[in-house]
Design a protein around this ligand. Structure first.
Ligand SMILES: O=C(O)c1cc(=O)[nH]c(=O)n1[C@@H]1O[C@H](COP(=O)(O)O)[C@@H](O)[C@H]1O
Length: 238
């Protein structure tokens, strides 16, 4: 997508439970400072209307519903996301090559207006020790991330969601243009919460991240705008 409204790589995760919390955040944040991510909680409660509301304020939106289903269903879902005008949408890479290719083909018909299509690899809340419980033979999350990211690139994805801890390895293996969207970002001295594979914003960019997904360190801070401004400043963005 062209005509980006912000130079910031920060995607603020709007994981809020009600409209008053959302409105407080929307009043506090500016489209020139960040993009916004609408996830399962907000979307399940309010539906596509919530996207109109946020986009009407000038924000570009990452619709994070992590689609994972049969190819026909996922293709139809990403097509609707494109019709809703979102800037980025995601699917689970573990849905496989056929599913990802179907999603890609569905978006091709939108040309330049197609949202960026991103595949989730291994969730940043997951640690190496959990992999065997899923029947995965990779001995580390990094190994599984590389496998899924390589498949995602081959299947026509614009990039992947991964931990910034895997960003340098993926940047080297998959080249300069493949987007690396990294959650699990924690400014120094922030609580890790339920994330296990965490990295600071500055380190994440240095490791090769394209976009940083940041939720609670901004949305639960006393002043979200100040928290975001501090992160942008650290990243050298006015
Ligand atoms: O796809 C995502 O955005 C995502 C993938 C992943 O592996 N880990 C992950 O935390 N996320 C999302 O990134 C956000 C992180 O929020 P905080 O942990 O509050 O910064 C949440 O909205 C998660 O749903």
């Amino acid at each position: 997508m062209t005509n980006a409204v912000t130079a910031s790589p920060v995607l603020v995760a709007l994981d809020v439970a009600n409209l008053s919390e959302l409105d407080a955040l929307l009043d506090n944040l500016q489209p020139s400072q960040c993009r916004l991510k609408v996830g399962k909680e907000l979307y399940t409660r309010f539906g596509p209307e919530i996207l109109n509301k946020i986009q009407a304020r000038g924000f570009e939106v990452f619709l994070d519903l992590k689609f994972h289903d049969i190819p026909n269903t996922v293709a139809a879902a990403v097509r609707v996301a494109a019709e809703l005008g979102v800037w980025m949408v995601n699917v689970h890479a573990s849905g496989g090559e056929k599913m990802m290719r179907a999603a890609r083909e569905a978006l091709n018909e939108f040309g330049d207006r197609a949202p960026l299509l991103i595949a989730v690899t291994v969730l940043t809340s997951m640690s190496d020790s959990e992999l065997p419980t899923l029947g995965l033979t990779a001995s580390t999350a990094e190994e599984q991330v590389l496998l899924l990211a390589t498949l995602a690139k081959k299947s026509g994805m614009d990039g992947v969601v991964c931990s910034a801890r895997e960003a340098a390895m993926l940047r080297e293996q998959l080249g300069p243009d493949f987007l690396l969207v990294t959650p699990g970002i924690r400014p120094a001295n922030s609580a890790a919460d339920d994330q296990t594979r965490i990295v600071t914003p500055v380190d994440a960019m240095a490791l090769g991240s394209s976009y940083l997904v940041i939720g609670r360190p901004i949305t639960r801070s006393e002043n979200p705008q100040t928290a975001l401004a501090a992160i942008n400043k650290d990243l050298g963005i006015a």
